[in-house]
Design a protein around this ligand. Sequence first.
Ligand code: SAM
Ligand code: SF4
Ligand code: SF4
Length: 341
Amino acid sequence: MPALLDLHGRPLRNLRVSVTDRCNLRCAYCMPEEEYRWLPREDVLRFGELSAIVDAFCLLGVDKVRITGGEPLLRRELERFVEQLARRPALKDLALTTNGLLLAQQAPALAAAGLHRVTVSLDTLREPVFEQLTRRKGLADVLAGIDAAARHWPGRVKLDTVVMRGVNDGEIDALLEFARERGVELRYIEYMDVGGATQWSMEQVVPRAELLERLAQRFGPIEPLHEDSSAPAERFRLSDGTLFGVIASTTAPFCGKCDRSRLTADGTWYLCLYARLGLNLKALLRGGTSTEEIAERIRTVWSGRSDRGAEERLAERERGPLLDAQMLRDDPRLEMHTRGG
Ligand code: SAM
Ligand code: SF4
Ligand code: SF4
């Protein structure tokens, strides 16, 4: 089957599936508000329904699925969903992104269910900073989760760090050393002005160029790896062989290669992290539409896709938060924690 391409020639390969909009942290860059409006429980799709939608995507060439949230480990019996997806031969890559709080407990069941790899978000190694950044306690649990992940998925664990100036940018060296000691790959993410980031400002972004300069001062020469991949991270190597990545979504977006789209826990499909409107696949599914017909709808929409959200943001002169708190309350699907990051 020829690859399904959008208007910029980008294939549909990568689907991020959010299994819940709930979270047990309140990261400053994602959920800074006091109150949130949650998706109605009856709208949240059951695992069988999510799997049916994934099947429709697989018919069109999706071969990578990342389970996300909110915090996906809050979804009860997540391993049952992993087991369902792991049985799909079309899926070459089945990953999970988690904040790690509950990972030590759940890693054995998730690994047994067939999860291929794990990314843990880790922004700091200092408990007071963790509490300030997430408004919750629990760094020790996250670190235990990372150790459990390294045991269950050796060589297949990544750490994601959102760098915020004045909050955790003093720890960029320590975080890389931490990752190196455990044999896991760290990726620095520029703080993005996405929905949810209502406190965002350009001053708090540490651009890739500055980050690399600061790392070079500490670790010596850094070699860029010139890889031909659709992955968002550019990868680099220290002289001792340590690999790390930088996701420069804010200062050097990579929309031209973007093969990703996102499904919320209530079955709304978004073609871009910055998109205001999505396609309601739950209505199709619960209305009795077959997997093949859903795939046809997806095909039509992806064929007309022209989204380049982050690149369009780059062109804006006076850049502030994308959305304000009221807009997010009016439509919680615009939230990063609903859309899955
Ligand atoms: N709760 C899980 C976690 O934190 O890993 C999964 C969902 S979270 C929305 C997915 C990713 O989005 C996390 O790695 C998080 O750091 C990232 N993220 C959220 N808001 C962001 C922002 N404003 N800028 C950059 N990355 C952000
Ligand atoms: Fe933090 Fe992830 Fe929760 Fe957002 S969804 S508040 S990034 S842990
Ligand atoms: Fe893809 Fe949109 Fe992100 Fe650009 S902004 S990389 S098009 S999801």
